[in-house]
Design a binder for this molecule. Structure first.
Ligand SMILES: Nc1ncnc2c1ncn2[C@@H]1O[C@H](COP(=O)(O)OP(=O)(O)OP(=O)(O)O)[C@@H](O)[C@H]1O
Ligand SMILES: [Mg+2]
Length: 242
């Protein structure tokens, strides 16, 4: 579903992604972890072309994401992306947030878009908030709306960049629960997260990044029980101490 082939990225003279080659299969859940500044966000942002690359190739669902002349807006609209800071449209209701893109970009009819959005809001437990505005919701609720909004475009894959790290601790669980149920439904997902419990329980593969490279990729059992690379061992030891 996603093919990364010798992907390289520079910020000026800083080599942010170094020969990254990996694959994500359909229905697979990959958790990307690693120290701050290791390139996790950069990597995931290249997959929907929020960042350009300087070498290599990225394919999503058979399409060359960085092809010259590609319609970037259309590409992005087809890949669900949820950020750390939920960026809902503040002047639109919850329901309108979820119907805007399908109507404008996919030319869905408003009744169809509404029906689908309501089903998704039901799924994230927020159907009763359809007429609320983002500033009337808790952080966890806003993040769940952000997930529903991304799903409204029926994307074949969902990317998450630390979707819970800006939330108060008591709201982390409700967002992880929505992600867990998406995974159970077979959504293909790449999640940058520091939630190692989620990684252990839900992921199929863990990618460990350090200094722009994927140093280790393993099943969660292998990764957490027998990390191979010294930096992966150090990373896990640091986390278990906190
Ligand atoms: N727009 C940019 N311009 C220059 N350097 C950048 C830019 N974005 C990121 N970097 C650098 O690239 C490296 C990787 O950054 P990135 O945000 O991908 O790390 P990360 O693994 O997501 O870290 P964190 O866990 O803190 O979110 C860092 O050294 C960062 O300073
Ligand atoms: Mg990041």
């Amino acid at each position: 579903m996603i093919v990364l082939d010798k992907v390289n990225k520079w910020y000026g003279d800083y080599h942010a992604l170094v020969d990254v080659s990996e694959r994500v299969h359909k229905n697979e859940v990959v958790v990307v972890c690693g120290p701050s500044g290791s390139g996790k966000s950069t990597l995931i942002r290249t997959i929907n072309r929020l960042e350009e690359i300087d070498g290599g190739r990225i394919e999503v669902d058979g399409r060359d994401i960085h092809a010259k002349g590609a319609d970037v807006n259309l590409l992005r609209a087809g890949i669900g992306f949820v950020f750390q800071h939920f960026n809902l449209f503040p002047h639109l209701s919850v329901l309108e947030n979820c119907t805007l893109a399908p109507v404008q970009l996919k030319r869905a009819t408003l009744p169809d878009a509404r029906a689908h959005a309501m089903a998704l809001l039901e799924q994230v437990g927020l159907a009763h908030k359809r007429d609320a505005y983002p500033n009337e919701l808790s952080g966890g609720q806003q993040q769940r709306v952000a997930i529903a909004r991304a799903l409204a475009m029926r994307p074949p894959i969902m990317l998450f960049d630390e979707p819970t790290s800006a939330l108060d601790p008591e709201m982390v669980g409700e967002v992880l629960q929505v992600m867990r149920s998406l995974a159970q439904q077979g959504m293909t997902m790449v999640c940058v997260t520091h939630e190692m419990g989620f990684a252990r329980e839900v992921s199929d593969r863990v990618w460990f990044m350090s200094e722009g490279k994927i140093l280790e990729q393993a099943s969660p059992q292998e990764f957490f029980n027998h990390p191979q690379h010294p930096r992966a061992r150090q990373f896990l030891a640091d986390r278990s101490r906190n």
